[in-house]
Design a protein around this ligand. Structure first.
Ligand SMILES: Cc1cc2nc3c(=O)[nH]c(=O)nc-3n(C[C@H](O)[C@H](O)[C@H](O)COP(=O)(O)OP(=O)(O)OC[C@H]3O[C@@H](n4cnc5c(N)ncnc54)[C@H](O)[C@@H]3O)c2cc1C
Ligand SMILES: *[C@@H]1O[C@H](CO)[C@@H](O)[C@H](O)[C@H]1NC(C)=O
Ligand SMILES: *[C@@H]1O[C@H](CO)[C@@H](O)[C@H](O)[C@H]1NC(C)=O
Ligand SMILES: *[C@@H]1O[C@H](CO)[C@@H](O)[C@H](O)[C@H]1NC(C)=O
Length: 556
């Protein structure tokens, strides 16, 4: 989810703040099996705290470590754990990370070489990096919002450069914003005429979804115990119906018109999940639309995850040597718990652990398992291959000629593609967004005029000649491409066995299974909280009375 659609927001959220209403007390019936299963294992009786390995230091793994330390620090609760985090990257954050695409080495933090007597270097160091992966989180994302506040991190509203937004279908603009954010009554009226009540219907669906979602942070919900089954979770959060259908079918069943779905909502799913509306489930579409109050952390969202790790006091192992290579389950001695022998790629034993929190997409890790059913229990999950391209250009907007328009056309600098209209040719990219202008000292490296950083998403590599046609022959100074396995292909969930179990084996927790339902930074932390809650129940018979986001001040 990098760029929401301001246009769409104007339509569906009216005043903008409407999704920010208090927790909606929706009655829900809970049937969770946190303790019923035999694989929970016996409670912990040893004198030492359990040793826990976390695989992955992204949103999920870093927050799992933090939540464990939160409970470990509760006075007289006896919930201490001894945690080691492994990540094969050189940094904490996983799919949430930054770059400086205008520099020779885009991944190197320029402020690492502080020789600040040099005024130019100092100015260049001051330019914040841009997000390479996960860019925004929203008002309803309680864990991230609390983390940002508690850790004293500054935020910036999502925006990019001033300018207009439009939706392109490969042949024509299906939607155009004319006066920046100033939406005059005439355009609103035109939209209403074109889309009828659909924007209002979508607005109330999104509002309801956000309300149900906010409910899951409430003490009433959390204190009933963790979920071992995501099918049950989707029932309790009222997401089951939307998850079971393609988004276009789901929206149509709710009375949303096809024109609105194919022209506008499809552009939102295309930018958020790299997938048109008719190829992902309804929850994917609802999440793509719930973008009220979108912000990023100034300097990079990954700072939240660095803080999680730093504050958790967990041991952190980063880099190739910390790549986990194999996990072997060691059967339990009578009355004791099974253990896990972890080896890293360097062949060095990582040690023996009482539990593993596996916070990475299972089939992308290459980890070998022995003596465990885990690989058989985790469904194969294809991911969307997404090309993120940063273009350094001195063109103030894309060229009208690329879109077959006269040179005098006033061009948007934020463009979303929609792939589900009847046009005969399709867009070459999912999205294009002018992020910011670079200071003159940096621009001077490239040539004349003011240089801008533009971020584009596509499902293929963008060729030089295409980019030159788009921005002008002499106007493309530099490009940086990053290929991600970005998010799951969100096929409709037709059976609960489409979801991985939260605890597929004794002492083994898999928060990442949640991505099959929703893939965002926040939900990675929500799922980790659930996994930690299940783990604490298995080991200590403890059930958290509240979520971390709503943790009462009077509980030590
Ligand atoms: C381009 C893009 C844009 C996105 N936009 C948004 C957005 O705007 N908002 C939003 O909320 N979400 C967005 N997302 C989704 C979001 O990034 C993810 O949902 C979230 O970051 C997932 O976090 P995670 O911790 O579950 O997984 P990851 O961040 O993938 O972390 C898994 C970690 O495991 C490590 N690992 C893997 N294998 C091994 C191994 N064998 N040994 C050791 N370590 C291993 C990896 O190095 C990685 O660091 C976006 C994603 C992409 C790619
Ligand atoms: C959940 O618990 C109930 C009651 O103990 C049991 O009948 C049922 O089989 C359990 N389901 C699972 C999936 O463990
Ligand atoms: C919970 O999940 C189990 C097994 O996946 C299922 O049998 C049960 O009906 C579910 N309960 C609810 C409320 O969905
Ligand atoms: C961009 O810079 C190049 C190289 O200096 C120059 O040839 C070109 O005219 C500039 N374009 C604009 C729009 O300023």
């Amino acid at each position: 989810m990098f760029a929401l659609l301001p246009v769409l927001l104007v339509l569906i959220s009216g005043t903008g703040a409407q999704l920010l209403f208090p927790v909606n007390q929706v009655p829900f019936e809970l049937r969770r099996n946190a303790t019923a299963s035999e694989i929970a294992g016996p409670v912990w009786h040893e004198a030492r705290p359990p040793r826990i390995a976390i695989v992955g230091a992204g949103a999920s793994g870093s927050s799992a470590a933090f939540f464990l330390s939160h409970f470990g620090a509760l006075r007289d609760a006896g919930l201490a754990t001894d945690v080691t985090i492994y990540d094969s990257n050189e940094y904490v954050g996983g799919r949430s990370t930054v770059l400086w695409p205008w520099n020779d080495d885009p991944l190197h933090n320029p402020s690492d070489r502080r020789l600040s007597t040099d005024a130019v270097a100092a100015e260049e160091d001051d330019v914040d990096p841009v997000e390479m992966g996960a860019s925004i989180f929203v008002a309803a994302n309680k864990n991230l919002q609390k983390a940002r506040r508690d850790f004293g991190l500054e935020y910036e509203p999502y925006g990019g450069e001033e300018g207009n937004t439009a939706i392109w279908d490969g042949e024509q603009w299906v939607f155009e914003e004319t006066n920046g954010f100033g939406w005059d009554w005439w355009h609103k009226a035109k939209a209403l005429w074109r889309y009828g009540r659909s924007p209002f219907t979508v607005r109330s669906l999104v509002k309801e979804t956000v309300g149900n979602f906010l409910n899951l942070y409430s003490p009433a919900f959390v204190s009933q115990g963790a979920f071992a089954s995501l099918g049950n979770f989707s029932t309790a959060t009222h997401l089951r119906d939307a998850a079971s259908k393609y988004a276009n079918q789901y929206l149509s069943s709710k009375g949303v018109g096809d024109l609105f779905t194919n022209e506008l909502i499809s552009a939102a799913t295309q930018v958020n999940y790299g997938t048109p509306i008719d190829r992902l489930h309804g929850v994917g579409a609802l999440v793509s639309l719930a973008a009220t109050g979108a912000v990023s952390v100034k300097g990079g969202n990954r700072q939240i995850f660095e803080e999680f790790v730093g504050r958790s006091g967990a041991r952190l192992r980063l880099g190739e040597d910390a790549r986990v290579h194999s996990l072997m389950k060691l059967d339990a001695a009578p009355g004791k718990r099974a253990q896990w022998l972890l080896r890293t790629a360097s062949g060095v034993s990582g040690g023996t652990y009482d539990a593993v929190i596996f916070a990475a997409p299972f089939h992308q890790t290459g980890i070998q398992f022995s003596n465990s059913m885990v690989p058989a229990l985790i469904p194969k999950q294809p991911y969307v291959r997404l090309y993120v391209t940063f273009v350094i250009t001195n063109a103030t907007t894309p060229q009208p000629s690329y879109f077959g328009l006269p040179d005098s056309t006033r061009m948007p600098n934020e463009i979303f593609g929609t792939f589900t209209t009847p046009s005969s040719s399709k867009p070459n990219f999912n999205s294009l967004n002018y992020l910011k202008a670079l200071p003159a000292s940096i621009g001077a490296r490239f040539g004349e005029g003011t240089y801008h950083v533009v971020k584009m998403f596509s499902d293929h590599s963008l060729q030089r000649d295409m980019l030159e046609a788009l921005y002008g022959k002499h106007n493309v100074a530099k490009t940086v491409e990053k290929i991600w396995l970005s998010y799951p292909q969100l096929q409709p969930v037709t059976s609960d066995s489409d979801y991985a179990p939260v605890r597929p084996d004794e002492g083994f927790y898999y928060p990442n299974g949640f991505e099959r339902l929703i893939s965002t930074m926040e939900t990675s932390t929500v799922s980790s909280f659930n996994a930690v809650s299940l783990l604490l129940h298995d080991f200590f018979g403890y059930t958290p009375p509240a979520s971390w986001a709503e943790w009462p001040d009077d509980l030590a």
